[in-house]
Ligand binder design. Structure first.
Ligand SMILES: [Zn+2]
Length: 276
C-alpha cells in the first residue's frame, strides 16, 4: 500500500517534470502513446500485483523456513546482509535484462517494450505480459538463491519500479548533476542510449538501478549525444504497426531480424564519458 503511494507520487512528479523540461524531441503525439502504453501494460500490471509480487514474497517466506540461499551461509549485521541482498538482486536483474535481449524467445516479448518510437515515463509501463511470466522463473530463482527476506523483496520491487520510471522519463536533468548521479545510478541519458535503433547502442547499458554493473562488465556506452538518438527498433518503424492490439500479438508473429540502419552515432572511443 505504501509502496503504491510512493510509486504514484514518483509518477506524478516525473510526468510533470518531463513535460516542463524535455530531454529528447518527441516524434509522436503524447496522448496517443499514453493510451497505447497503458493499455499494453494493463495485463502485466494486473499479473504483477496479483501473481508476481505475492509469489516472490511467498518464496521469500518459504526460504526463511528452509534457510536456503547465500544470505543464510554467513554471519554479518542485519543491515549489511540486507544491503548485500539488495545489491545481488539488482545484479541478477542486470543479467536477466541481457537474457531478454540475447535469448530469441525472450526478445520476442522484450521487443514490445523497445518498439516505442519515443521514450518517456509511459514507456516504463510498456511491457508485454509474456515478459513478466518469463521473468517469474529467473527472478524467483534469484530470490531463493540469494536468500532474500520478504521485506527486502518488497523494498527492492519499489526501488526497481521507481528507478524504471526515472530512467525512461524524458526529463532533462542538469548535465553536470546527471553526470555525478550516473556514477551510481542509471539515469535518463544513459538508458536513452539503450533504446536507440543502433544495434551496438541497444546492446549496452543493461543495468536496472545501479549503473556500475555495466561498468564492471564493459557493457557501458555513454558517449552518444542525446539529439542523435533515434528511438525504437529499426525494423519496426511504422507507428501503424504498433497499435495496442498489434503489440499484444507481436511476440507470436514472425520476428524481423535486426537490420542496421545507417552509420553509428558519433563515437570518440571513450564509452565511459556521458555526453549531453
Ligand atoms: Zn532492453
Amino acid at each position: 500500500m505504501y509502496g503504491s503511494t510512493i510509486l504514484v507520487v514518483v509518477f506524478i512528479i516525473l510526468f510533470i517534470l518531463e513535460s516542463k523540461f524535455q530531454l529528447r524531441k518527441r516524434v509522436q503525439s503524447r496522448w496517443r502513446r499514453i493510451i497505447i502504453n497503458f493499455l499494453v501494460s494493463l495485463p502485466s500490471f494486473i499479473l504483477l500485483r496479483l501473481l508476481f509480487i505475492p509469489l516472490m514474497i511467498w518464496l521469500a517466506y518459504k526460504n526463511e523456513q528452509w534457510h536456503f540461499g547465500l544470505n543464510y551461509l554467513y554471519i554479518a549485521p542485519a543491515w549489511l546482509k540486507a544491503f548485500i541482498a539488495f545489491l545481488l538482486l539488482d545484479y541478477s536483474n542486470y543479467l536477466w535484462h541481457i537474457v531478454l535481449h540475447k535469448m530469441p524467445l525472450m526478445w520476442r516479448f522484450h521487443l514490445v517494450h523497445h518498439t516505442d518510437l519515443d521514450l518517456d515515463i509511459t514507456t516504463s509501463f510498456r511491457f508485454h505480459f509474456g515478459e513478466l511470466i518469463g521473468s517469474v522463473f529467473f527472478r524467483g530463482a534469484a530470490v531463493v538463491l540469494i536468500g532474500i527476506s520478504p521485506l527486502m523483496v518488497l523494498i527492492y520491487e519499489i526501488a526497481f519500479e521507481a528507478s524504471n520510471q526515472f530512467q525512461h522519463s524524458n526529463m532533462r536533468i542538469p548535465f553536470r548533476f546527471e553526470k555525478i548521479l550516473n556514477n551510481i545510478l542509471v539515469t535518463p541519458r544513459m538508458h536513452g542510449i539503450h533504446h536507440s535503433i543502433k544495434k551496438r547502442e541497444t546492446d549496452s547499458n543493461f543495468s536496472i538501478i545501479f549503473s556500475f554493473w555495466d561498468r564492471l562488465h564493459g557493457t557501458i556506452r555513454l558517449n552518444v549525444q542525446q539529439y542523435e538518438i533515434v528511438t525504437g527498433v529499426a525494423v519496426y518503424p511504422d507507428a501503424k504497426e504498433l497499435t495496442t492490439g498489434k503489440l499484444l500479438i507481436l511476440p507470436f508473429t514472425k520476428i524481423r531480424k535486426w537490420i542496421e540502419n545507417g552509420n553509428s552515432n558519433s563515437d570518440d572511443g571513450n564509452r565511459n564519458k556521458l555526453k549531453e
